[in-house]
Design a protein. Structure first.
Length: 470
């Protein structure tokens, strides 16, 4: 198997620093299923290319299979694994470039945090769904995709194309993101895992997909293929992805409801219900200017922009990558001058004062507060309610009491959550914040109501008392 990564960033040999692999050396690694070799076919200031070659040992691979694993046949030894990129290449790449995937580079950290021109080439890649599926998966991530089907036999063109592609990706992407995307999407394209999958597969997927998977239009397809369509793992992954509040729909039902819902009943995803509830609250408040604090890749922001009632819309997030995604979603580059004057995006941390947060009729904190460390929550309260002081603040957060209804969920709904509150805890927090900063508060539930556990999402509408008095 072969994969190459090239850059024309100047000096291009900085690629060696980012990958933590010296261009002048050939290095070998020994995963349990073969030998991985890293070398640089070219390395100069103008262009640098690193190649990862994986030589699969079918005997070692067969011996490493579990006793209950399927396929006790010659297919263990006679197959395409030595030649076609697959999940094994993804595993080897993840191991060999583990530090690069984390985005750490002590000597070039600013470069590691930056998007650089990259070209990734895979000469033989199995792809179920053909070139179309390759484009569907990579193009939303900012890649230009060239996917060339490989003929079954050049001597017999009438036989048509095989299921293999020559894939070339070009784009300006952060290297860590590119490697993590490949780690997830190689087995997705092949729709096959060549190793045993444990319960930690969901955590692996979420770690590698951080910052891009939840916002991908085919996130559900990716999740199902990556996890081999294993029901419990897929449901758990989709539940946790949905709590990010991005583009993934809640494709899972709480276990209690899954058993009782009729096949012809269609349930709106929790994310959609949450967006509907917050949007309606803003309309009911009569807000004309709205800021979405922690807007992420901008799905709800796009809805605000599409609503004529809101004459001024802003989005703020700590992640520059999320803001870039939001800008693409909103098509800011194609807006007329008049439209662009209505919309503002900017980077900012909610625990630090920023004059750009002020001057809005309403602010939204949708699935944000649970990502803040509890000792820093007081700083967010002061910045949003005390300094920015909008006329109203709409807050949503998970209801921890509802978690037992999700099949396969243990602990909190997402690994980045610092806490999840019960209804009583959320009520105590919202009452205290309203009292300290001069607001009244109304609490509602979002999602299907369970008599014992409440609703999956809690919502609070804070209205500044001065604005009410006016």
């Amino acid at each position: 198997m072969l994969l190459t990564v090239s850059t024309t960033h100047r000096p291009a040999t900085d690629l060696g620093y980012l990958l933590h692999k010296h261009p002048d050396r050939v290095q070998e690694f020994a995963p349990s299923f073969g030998t991985a070799t890293v070398l640089y076919p070219e390395a100069n200031d103008e262009r640098c290319t690193v190649a990862l070659m994986l030589d699969v040992d079918p005997v070692r691979l067969a011996r490493s299979r579990g006793r209950n694993a399927p396929d006790f046949s010659l297919a263990q030894y006679v197959n395409d694994r030595p030649y076609a990129a697959s999940s094994l290449l993804g595993v080897a790449m993840a191991d060999v470039f583990s530090t690069a995937r984390s985005g750490r580079c002590r000597s070039r950290q600013e470069l590691a945090d930056s998007a650089i021109p990259l070209e990734i080439a895979i000469p033989v890649l199995p792809c179920r769904g053909g070139a179309e599926i390759a484009r569907r998966l990579f193009e939303p991530l900012g890649w230009s995709v060239v996917a060339e089907p490989i003929a079954l036999d050049d001597g017999f063109p009438e036989w048509g194309d095989s299921r293999y592609l020559r894939l070339t990706l070009t784009g300006v992407v952060r290297l860590a993101d590119a490697l993590n995307q490949l780690h997830v999407l190689l087995p997705v394209l092949d729709e096959s895992k060549h190793y045993w999958q444990g319960p930690d597969e969901v955590d692996k997927l979420l770690r590698s997909g951080e910052g891009w998977l939840a916002g991908h239009p085919d996130a559900e397809l990716i999740t199902r293929r990556y996890l081999g369509r294993r029901g419990a793992l897929t449901r758990a992954a989709l539940t946790r992805l949905a709590e990010l509040g991005d583009d993934v729909e809640d494709a899972v039902e709480p276990a209690a409801e899954e058993e009782t819902r009729q096949p012809d009943e269609r349930r709106a995803p929790l994310k959609a219900q949450r967006h509907d509830a917050v949007h309606q609250a803003l309309l009911d408040l009569g807000a004309r200017s709205v800021i979405d604090l922690g807007c992420g890749p901008g799905q709800f922001l796009a809805r605000l922009v599409r609503t004529p009632a809101f004459s001024r819309v802003a989005g703020a997030d700590v992640s520059t990558r999320s803001l870039q995604q939001a800008a693409r979603r909103l098509h800011l580059d194609r807006m007329s001058e008049r439209q662009a004057e209505r919309v503002q995006l900017f980077q900012g941390a909610l625990t630090y004062e920023d004059e750009r947060y002020a001057g809005f009729d309403a602010a939204v904190l949708m699935e944000v507060i649970e990502h803040v460390d509890p000792p820093r929550l007081g700083a967010l309260e002061r910045v949003v309610f005390g300094v920015a002081a909008p006329g109203a603040v709409v807050v949503t957060t998970p209801n921890a009491e509802y978690n037992p209804l999700y099949e396969g969920l243990s602990g909190m709904r997402h690994p980045d959550h610092r806490f999840e509150w019960s209804r009583a805890e959320f009520a105590a927090w919202s009452d205290r914040v309203a009292d300290v900063y001069g607001y009244t508060v109304e609490r509602r539930g979002v999602g299907d109501l369970d008599e014992e556990h409440g609703t999956p999402t809690q919502l609070a509408i804070f209205t500044r008392t001065e604005a009410t008095d006016d």
